[in-house]
Design a protein. Structure first.
Length: 102
């Protein structure tokens, strides 16, 4: 009789669930892609003007876009996400408190 490492099985299942959730969010983001100057908030799902968003929100958006970038495989999608990230980083760099944490 072989023993099952339930801890490893549980960890694997959680990782798969997280990846599915993140892919679903990336799909929703790309399906309803925000126009220039706007970003769809990943928590409230509202369309936010980048210029009026808090710096902390902009940093959160950058992290979300990084996650989406590595999840998608289509070059067109990667380019769109990267351009949106550059747009947000440009706005953040003009602010006094605009330090980008990596």
């Amino acid at each position: 009789m072989s023993k099952v490492n339930w801890s490893a099985v549980n960890k694997s299942a959680k990782t798969i669930k997280k990846n599915v959730k993140n892919l679903q969010q990336a799909g929703e983001f790309l399906r309803d892609f925000p126009g220039e100057g706007y970003m769809r908030d990943n928590i409230s799902k509202n369309l936010i003007e980048i210029k009026t968003a808090k710096s902390s929100s902009l940093r959160r958006y950058i992290k979300v876009l990084d996650n989406f970038y590595y999840l998608v495989t289509a070059q067109k999608d990667k380019t769109a996400i990267l351009n949106k990230k550059i747009e947000i980083e440009s706005e953040l760099s003009t602010r006094v408190d605009g330090v980008i944490n990596k």
